[in-house]
Design a protein around this ligand. Structure first.
Ligand code: AMP
Length: 569
């Protein structure tokens, strides 16, 4: 497999984005042409038309639930062309952390191709700025369980479906993304064992590791938090050349036993380095001296992990990865020098047809019609609609993005949040982003006591009258009573939405409550999702737990160790 020709990939991207409007029309034409005889498009009376005007006039804007019964029939084995001309043979499970259970979405080769295109594009831009040498990548990636649907289709998370494809392997090789860990570890049946072995393989190849990555940043932070607990055991394995008995999966044991030879020198070196670290600051460059950067999705719901990631990464650059979903990809990070908080994604105009619903209402309060890729305005926020080669047409992804500029004629998007309102009781409206900002302010109080919030979520408690917001925190130590009280009041004050503030003033929304959960509670939540078939790679902590997510709510409520109420109002 030849190496990726960085300059050529960049040239192609530049040419395509200069002509984004035309490429979009052509992409829509191809999607509609390939799928003209599908039951779905035929039923909408498109009659083979492939122009944008007819498409918008005939095809409705939908959500996943509108398409669920079509997808169900596909996964039950109906061989007819339902949503796509070519049969769908694989189903992806989206991470489903928002609704509490994974959603099924169609997966096909075109999605693999666009994934590779996105990876190659951002790699080309990244490598131009931060070239990596020959070597390996310490990648915290996990294939989840695959299973057969009722109709015999393979089903797994999108990342698993991609990791399993042969194109993925060859593209990764061409980008020198050779993972330290063998496949037995990546696709192992037990997340915890795979994580331990990723760390072990990383240490064995520590001099060769060029960069550290995961799909979502949570996996990197989680991995190094685990390292803090297990480093002595890892050193012991390296010293004796014998794998700890905690690894019980036979295929993993067999492969790793071949890699592991007694190496007391390496064990001593790692152990000395760990002991020299102060509070694990700079852990990554200390243990992996040739790492050039840390890479993964760090935007959106991953932002709260940035502080911890910076702590582990020391002076190394953090680079946020691309923007997409199980349903389809959207944009690549072609500005690798931007810090993760400012990361933007340039939309690739040939991987799908994109529309944008303006969130700003017109003067009369009327909802505005969706606009096309090249018609969006800088500074405005939109909800994204995608039309893909995998059978989704005008599909509401549920994400809010802001247009912050253009790369040639394609927009550069900043991810803002999931569209779903998180916290709302009456006229208040607080999103994932509002919650994140409130938590960011309140953790400063804890930082004065050198404590951190390991993870957080929220809940609207309507069992009280009036209802009130509940924020759950897992903290890495014991804050004083005063610090906890103050944090709680800061949280309450930091929700600045006018509806919230006015409702709080008149007690139409009750006093905000902060509940501290036992250490390890968020690990139980991760385990719960893994048990449902989610992949560790795609995990995102749900930032609001509604009543439909009863199991997670029960895990949280049964682990509360302290609670306090705000005195802000
Ligand atoms: P999944 O359901 O696991 O396929 O996750 C897809 C969702 O993850 C998207 O709809 C976004 O909400 C979020 N996501 C994906 N990429 C990014 C990114 N680069 N920045 C922020 N959020 C992202």
């Amino acid at each position: 497999m030849p190496e990726v020709n960085v300059e050529r990939v960049i040239e192609e991207f530049e040419a395509m984005t200069r002509d984004a409007g035309r490429v979009q029309q052509e992409t829509l034409r191809r999607i509609l042409e390939e799928n003209r005889d599908t039951e779905y498009l035929v039923s909408l009376g498109l009659n083979g038309r492939t122009d944008e005007q007819s498409f918008k006039a005939r095809v409705p804007i939908v959500t996943h639930s509108d398409l669920a019964h079509y997808i169900q029939r596909i996964s039950d084995g109906d061989p007819n062309p339902i949503l796509t001309g070519k049969p769908i043979t694989v189903i992806s499970l989206s991470s489903g952390t928002t609704q509490g259970k994974p959603k099924y979405v169609p997966f096909n080769e075109e999605l693999v191709d666009s994934t590779m295109q996105i990876f190659r594009t951002s790699y080309a831009f990244r490598n131009r700025e931060y070239p990596i040498g020959l070597g390996k990548a310490l990648q915290f990636v996990y294939g989840s369980k695959q299973f057969k649907t009722k109709g015999g289709l393979n089903a797994g998370t999108a990342t698993t479906n991609v990791f399993r494809s042969s194109k993925y392997k060859s593209t990764m090789r061409s980008m020198q993304f050779q993972c330290c860990s063998p496949d037995e570890v990546i696709f192992g049946p037990d997340f915890h064992q795979s994580l331990y072995c990723h760390l072990l393989c990383g240490l064995l190849f520590r001099d060769e590791v060029q960069f550290i990555s995961s799909t979502f940043a949570h996996s990197i932070v989680h991995a190094f938090r685990t390292f803090e607990q297990v480093w002595e055991e890892l050193c012991n394995d390296i010293r004796t050349g014998v794998l700890t008995c905690r690894i019980t999966v036979p295929s993993i044991r067999a492969t790793l036993s071949k890699l592991l030879k007694p190496d007391p020198q390496l064990a001593d070196l790692i152990s000395d380095k760990c002991k020299q670290l102060v509070n694990w600051y700079g852990l990554i460059p200390t243990l992996f001296p040739n790492v050039k950067y840390v890479y993964g999705i760090m935007t959106g719901s991953m932002e709260p992990y940035l502080a911890k990631m910076r702590h582990y990464a020391g002076d190394l650059p953090l680079m946020s990865a691309d923007y997409g979903s199980s349903e389809g990809w959207i944009g690549a990070n072609v500005n690798p020098r931007l810090p993760p908080e400012e990361a933007v994604f340039a939309v690739l105009p040939n991987i799908g047809f994109f529309e944008f619903i303006p969130l700003r209402e017109s003067h009369g309060g009327v909802k505005l019609d969706p606009v096309g890729l090249t018609e969006v305005k800088v500074g405005e926020e939109y909800e994204i609609l995608i039309t893909t080669f995998a059978g989704l047409y005008r599909y509401r992804l549920g994400d809010v993005v802001k247009v912050v500029g253009f790369h040639n004629s394609t927009p550069e998007l900043r991810f803002i949040c999931r569209r779903n309102l998180l916290l709302t009781i009456n006229i208040d409206k607080n999103t994932e982003k509002d919650l994140q900002l409130a938590v960011e302010s309140a953790v400063k109080v804890l930082a004065e006591e050198k404590l951190e919030v390991v993870d957080f979520t929220s809940h609207v408690d309507l069992t009280t009258d009036p209802g009130h917001y509940v924020i759950f925190w897992e903290i890495n130590g014991e804050p004083s009573v005063d610090a906890l009280r103050e944090s709680c009041s800061v949280l309450d004050r930091s929700f600045v939405d006018a509806g919230y503030v006015s409702s709080r003033k008149v007690n139409a929304i009750g006093t905000l409550e902060l509940r501290v959960v036992r250490k390890g509670t968020f690990q139980l939540i991760l385990d719960h999702y893994l048990g449902l078939g989610a992949a560790g790679s795609q995990f995102k902590t749900p930032r609001c737990v509604g009543p439909s997510n009863a199991k997670v709510l029960q895990i949280l409520c049964s682990n509360v160790v302290r609670r306090c109420f705000s005195t802000a109002y």
